[in-house]
Design a protein around this ligand. Sequence first.
Ligand code: NAD
Length: 320
Amino acid sequence: MSKRILITGAAGFLGSHLCDRFIKEGYQVVAMDNLITGDIKNIEHLFPLKEFEYYHHDVSKFIHVPGNLDYILHFASPASPIDYLKIPIQTLKVGSLGTHNCLGLAKDKKARILVASTSEVYGDPAVHPQTEEYWGNVNPVGPRGVYDEAKRFQEAITMAYHTYHGVETRIVRIFNTYGPRMRLNDGRALPAFIGQALRGEDLTVFGDGSQTRSFCYVDDLIEGIYRLLLSDYAMPVNIGNPHEISLKDFAEEILKLTGASVKITYKPLPVDDPKQRQPDITKAKNILGWEPKTGRAEGLKKTYEYFKNLSSEEWYKLPK
Ligand code: NAD
């Protein structure tokens, strides 16, 4: 009998890649989404498969899934600042109530659950690179607090279900990830730069561009999540690419890749924007035997191809 897995946030960037991976591994996939930031096009190709079911549902409300479940991946949540600043209450609800509902379902079905946490739990980190033991530096009442604190609560309630109810839980702390099916207009640096290059606009860098990010290609991240789910490790694990680059250098890489004849312009840094972010992935290496395999040049090329092949209507689409 093949295993059955529920994936929340299935129509989003990461959720849709997870659906593909688990279908490929021979699982029955139950996908759930309310499309608040996702796009049904990301999973439409799976609809004809008998191993695939889709439920349109808001996971912040009670979740009912008929039949057994072996695993749950809770990925539903707005993930980019442009989204969670626009829908702050839904963001807080899906990280808290949505996680509570998923954990209750896991308990009921005796399923193992993995929740998608984030490097944002480290806030603007005072420790560099960030190990899982670092507790973070988050401003709870700053604009990003709605996301960061929802995810911190998510981790706390997940550990509580593990400790007090014996639910098998896994927590992945995801660092910046990129790849096909990101939205061009989601406000994150990489799609923003590529979108600007495709439209022939100048690339906007916030601040002086010295702030660093590390970007992980989506296939590498999915492999890390797959391994963590099947591991027996219940504490949080960082999954990300430790190769750091400044946003200014990154913008220059995008200019070279796309061949766009535009300039880089600078705008003021948003409030509470982290200055540095780099995962320490020692734990993932030791426990999961995982490390990223895709170099930035290769990952960026695949991502650029994806965006270039979208209709030009998509290049100009405004955020939802
Ligand atoms: P995304 O916005 O592309 O996908 C999120 C999906 O969740 C969307 O399809 C959206 O419609 C759905 N969703 C949101 N609220 C929902 C609700 N209440 N009920 C049902 N569905 C709902 O974002 P993503 O980049 O794919 O992120 C997925 C998860 O990974 C999120 O939990 C996010 O916090 C986490 N994460 C992502 C990154 C990254 O770099 N992409 C980094 C850290 C953490």
